[in-house]
Design a protein around this ligand. Structure first.
Ligand code: ADP
Ligand code: MN
Ligand code: MN
Ligand code: MN
Length: 445
């Protein structure tokens, strides 16, 4: 039966060749020729700039529905690599469609090639943890989020999911049903030159202002990528809740959530994987660097909106304030877990708070923690932690938020330490006015 597919495909290739006029310049999307025939949703992602029948034939195979011919499916096993931010994946055949990760076998990979194991004992074991529909292969094929273990069953150091799963299975945390809404910002770069999409190579666009949520070819760069990603995420079963163009041209955001507990981390990691795949096909480079361009250009963050059951119920604002107090006492710990290079972003400018100072406020985007007007008005709701960088690990950030606000109680030491820090800062800020020289200067001006 499978053989019948081949002549049918050849016929279609012939038909496309016979109509070269159908693909004018206007038919090109990212250098891909539109055939004018009914296209599948993801045809736009096809590779190569070639316009011969070879590409069309390849697309036929890539888009081929295998379900009438075999029960077997392809599972793409995905894991976080040795830098803690890179994603790796490889494929395997599974004998029939699955609905739950527990139906999938464990697998392994060469950890010495991902910076995760020594060469002489290189095997790392993949444990399937969450499954999603595969928007690239379609059908019953799946993407599988995995975490990583030694052959003896110990989580390896870059496995942050294991610890997060522990926090999120603690009965105290479970009973608080923690919700996370994560705003993932990212920047698109032109390949080879590593300069933002839409920016003149070797130069700069006009200053920030017209680009946020903008339309128009001189203001919005990469919308097709953002949109393809949006639909692919919906298809996959990711709890994506919106997208917007950002303040810096070439920068975008999407939101995932609210999601409960460990799901937030799984969904962000898979959404990043899908984004990497789409940008790969578009020939554009994705960066999650928190400050891709120095100077008067916004950085990229991963604001984490957070609430517990008691924050969402009447009287919740008091619970939110208590959570903010805990967060203030552990500011340094949180900053150390919120992403590499975040000090380049958290300058106190460009809608950020300084990395050294904890602050919070209602509707204030220059604070570490923002509480929305709505939450204040209703007396319940959620808080927004604006500190996490775009390259943060969502397993680390979500688990730490839950730990600090649900499991941790402020110790006397923590409070004394925080008070000391405040006192020191106060002295630093006011030292200038205490010096006689300055007092003199003040009198003369
Ligand atoms: P911003 O105004 O900061 O740009 P966004 O609209 O981009 O905010 O993102 C807000 C996020 O907060 C969304 O992902 C949304 O799902 C999430 N959210 C809404 N309510 C809650 C809640 N009670 N707890 C946690 N997250 C929430
Ligand atoms: Mn947002
Ligand atoms: Mn944003
Ligand atoms: Mn935000």
């Amino acid at each position: 039966m499978a053989q019948a597919v081949v002549p049918a495909m050849q016929c279609q290739v012939g038909a496309v060749r016979a109509r070269p006029a159908a693909a004018g310049a206007a038919g090109r999307v990212w250098g891909v020729r539109r055939t004018g025939r009914g296209t599948s949703g993801f045809r736009v992602m096809a590779v190569s700039t070639e316009t011969t029948g070879v590409v069309t034939r390849m697309e036929q195979l890539l888009n081929m529905d295998t379900t009438p011919f075999t029960d077997k499916i392809i599972a793409e096993y995905i894991w976080v690599g040795g830098t803690g931010i890179d994603l790796r994946s490889k494929s395997r055949t599974i004998s029939k469609p699955v609905e739950d990760p527990s139906e999938l076998p464990k697998w392994n990979y060469d950890g010495s090639s991902t910076g995760q194991a020594p060469g002489e004992d290189s095997e790392v074991i993949l444990y399937p943890q969450a499954i999603f529909k595969d928007p690239f292969r379609g059908g019953n094929n799946i993407l599988v989020m995995c975490d990583t273990y030694t052959p003896a069953g110990e989580p390896i150091p870059t496995n942050k999911r294991n610890r997060a799963a522990q926090v999120f299975s603690d009965p105290k945390v479970v009973s608080q049903v923690p919700w996370f809404g994560i705003e993932q910002e990212y920047t698109l770069l032109q390949r080879d030159v590593n300069w933002p999409l839409g920016w003149p190579v070797g130069g700069y666009p006009g200053p920030q202002g017209p680009y946020y949520c903008a339309v128009g070819s001189d203001k919005s760069f990469g919308r097709d990528i953002s949109d393809a990603h949006y639909k692919a995420c919906l298809y996959a079963g990711i709890n994506i809740s919106g997208t917007n163009g950002e303040v810096m041209p070439g920068q975008w955001e999407y939101q995932v959530g609210p999601s409960v507990g460990i799901e937030a981390g799984d969904h962000i990691w898979i959404s990043r994987y899908i984004l990497e795949r789409i940008t790969e096909q578009a020939g554009v480079v994705l960066t999650l660097d928190p400050k891709p361009i120095q100077g008067d250009w916004n950085g990229a963050g991963c604001h984490t909106n957070y609430s517990t059951k008691s924050m969402r119920e009447d009287g919740g604002f008091e619970v939110i304030k208590k959570a903010i107090l805990n967060l203030s006492l552990r500011h340094d710990l949180h900053i150390s877990a919120y992403g590499e290079g975040n000090e380049r972003r958290l300058t106190g400018l460009h809608e950020t708070a300084s990395i050294d100072n904890f602050s919070w406020g209602v509707a204030n985007r220059g604070c570490s923690i923002r509480v929305g007007r709505d939450t204040e008005a209703k007396g319940k709701g959620y808080l927004e932690d604006r500190r996490p960088a775009s390259n943060m690990d969502p397993y680390v950030v979500t688990a730490l938020l839950a730990e600090t606000t649900i499991l941790w109680e402020p110790t006397l030491e923590a409070e004394v330490l925080a008070a000391k820090k405040l006192a020191l800062k106060f002295l630093e800020n006011h030292a200038a006015f205490h010096s006689p020289v300055n007092i003199l200067v003040e009198h003369h001006t």
